[in-house]
Design a protein around this ligand. Structure first.
Ligand code: FAD
Ligand code: NAD
Length: 469
């Protein structure tokens, strides 16, 4: 294996592995340093993929237990084998992580397994994961794609057994009687839903007075009502002050954010999900003088270059939404810029999706953001109760909301709560990417009967002329 490369990528998550492939496609000689035993980063190993496998399986379990009976299909009480469920999840993960190994071979990218650090620009030192001598790689450029880790909370010591992060919550060996989730964000609601569907009592404790902060607040309120109907319990405006694991479970202490009587709660398992923070410790950025912002994210310019020439950064390690598809877009744009092309990412068009049921999908501006910016907008809303396919599926929870500029009709944002919202949102992303108007979406022929017809109707509703409400 050569020691001299055009590009050395540190981290093989969706940002790093995609950047490595794109750079190789553009003719660069690339190495990717990854300390895990498998490629794919947080997303494939302990994030997007295992969580979606469990969300899908638990949704089927829920359907078998309740929803199928509504169609007259009696299957009896479904029985859960947690061990088999986890084996299936692991198989899915391994299939995909192995697939990246195959893609690396195809593009002649060297995977160097070990922990990377940067002693100087143009040099990456690798400490092999299995021990042995350090190796030094020399290169034209270095790309930091080291991702993020779970944010800790003082007084809540994670043991990944009884007090877990998302990683532990994806590996539980039995269904907890009572799961307390700290944080009503994306991880808390997705993994809370998984274990609720599989039989846990789930209580979500949130610091703010709302769930999924940052998303359209009217849609978030509907989302909370929908999750509450499924049995998730919410304690908002509440601060967790400590959690202690003992033989019989975990004792949590909490208090109202505005002050007041402290409270205690017991749980079998506590999931800490209060956000993620950039992971750059150990890279040697301090010594190199690579600038970090106040929250520890690597500061980059519009070319993804850090304050040190020849060192670039992407993905969760830099500011912006901490999402796999955003990291991938960063990776492609960064590799193209390195090759002299004009890579670019429009962060306003990065969709955010919560893969619960109903799903929550959002792109562009929220109503609050438009009001704050003083933008005059028109709103079109269409409920899934009026969509024939949702009715045929007996799956009518939620609505589609499209926001468009009052003068130009240009689509500014969309917020979808409902079945397959994560797929439906992309029609709006596409319209926005082409500078489309609500009228453009409304005039396009949509197949019948599809959930997508709801998008057309919401676009018609922007102009006050929906057909089916
Ligand atoms: P990462 O995927 O974190 O990859 C970084 C890699 O760098 C890691 O493999 C790490 O081992 C390696 N590394 C770090 N330091 C070093 C070093 N010094 N030397 C060598 N290697 C190093 N996003 C979505 O878009 N959709 C989802 O459905 C979704 N679900 C998620 C569910 C969970 C439970 C979690 C935790 C996250 C989820 N995310 C999801 C977020 C998504 O996983 C991240 O946004 C994405 O993985 C970021 O990609 P990245 O390449 O920047 O970093
Ligand atoms: P998050 O930022 O989505 O939510 C964290 C929640 O915890 C917020 O509601 C916040 O107000 C709350 N919180 C913060 N401190 C608290 C405290 N002390 N007590 C109680 N509540 C507190 O973070 P997350 O859910 O941990 O997810 C981390 C990242 O992973 C997110 O940026 C997300 O984009 C990404 N992710 C994405 C997906 C997806 O795309 N479907 C799935 C999982 C994770």
């Amino acid at each position: 294996m050569a020691d001299n490369y055009d590009l050395v990528v540190i981290g093989a998550g969706p940002g790093g592995y995609v950047a490595a492939i794109r750079a190789a496609q553009l003719g660069m000689k690339v190495a990717c340093v990854e300390k895990r035993a498998a490629l794919g980063g947080t997303c494939l190993n302990v994030g997007c993929i295992p969580s979606k496998a469990l969300l899908n399986a638990s949704h089927k379990f829920e359907e078998a237990g309740h929803q199928l009976a509504e169609f007259g299909i009696e299957v009896g009480k479904p029985k859960l084998d947690v061990k088999k469920l986890m084996q299936a999840k692991t198989g899915i993960v391994t299939g995909l992580t192995d697939g990246i190994g195959f893609l690396f071979k195809k593009h002649k990218i060297d995977w160097i397994q070990g922990e990377g650090s940067i002693p100087a620009a143009g040099k990456v030192e690798v400490k092999p994961s299995g021990g042995g001598n350090k190796q030094t790689l020399t290169c034209e450029r270095i790309l930091i794609a080291t991702g993020s880790e779970s944010t800790p909370l003082a007084g809540v010591e994670v043991d990944e057994k009884k007090i877990v992060t998302s990683t532990g919550a994806l590996e539980l060996t039995k269904v907890p009687g009572h799961l307390v989730v700290i944080g009503a964000g994306v991880i808390g609601l997705e993994l809370g839903s998984v274990w609720k569907r599989l039989g846990s009592k789930v209580t979500v404790v949130e610091f703010l007075d709302r769930i999924v902060p940052g998303t359209d607040s009217e849609t978030a309120k509907r989302f909370q009502r929908s999750l509450a109907k499924q049995g998730l319990e919410f304690k908002l405006s509440t601060k967790v002050t400590g959690a202690k694991a003992g033989k019989s479970g975990v004792k949590l202490t909490m208090e109202p954010v505005k002050g007041g009587q402290p409270e205690e709660m017991t749980a079998d398992v506590v999931l800490l999900a209060i956000g993620r923070r950039p992971l750059t410790a150990g890279l040697g950025l301090d010594k190199l003088g690579v600038e970090l912002d106040k929250r520890g994210f690597v500061v980059v310019d519009e070319d993804f270059e850090t304050s040190v020439k020849g060192i670039f950064a992407i993905g969760d390690a830099i500011p912006g939404p901490m999402l796999a598809h955003k990291a991938e877009e960063d990776g492609v744009a960064c590799a193209e810029i390195m090759a002299g092309q004009s890579g670019h990412v429009d962060y306003n068009l990065v969709p955010g999706i919560v893969y619960t049921w109903p799903e929550l999908a959002t792109v562009g501006k929220t109503e609050e953001q438009l009001k704050e910016a003083g933008v005059e907008y028109r709103k079109g809303v269409f409920p899934f109760t009026a969509n024939s396919r949702a009715r045929a599926n007996l799956d009518t929870e939620g609505q589609i909301k499209i926001l468009a500029d009052a003068k130009t009709d240009r689509v500014l944002g969309a917020h979808i709560l409902g079945p397959d919202a994560g797929t439906l949102i992309h029609e709006i992303c596409m319209a926005m990417a082409f500078g489309g108007s609500a009228e453009d979406v409304a005039r396009m022929c949509h197949g019948h009967p599809t959930l997508s017809e709801g998008v057309k109707e919401a676009a018609l509703a922007v102009d006050g002329r929906p057909i089916h409400i």
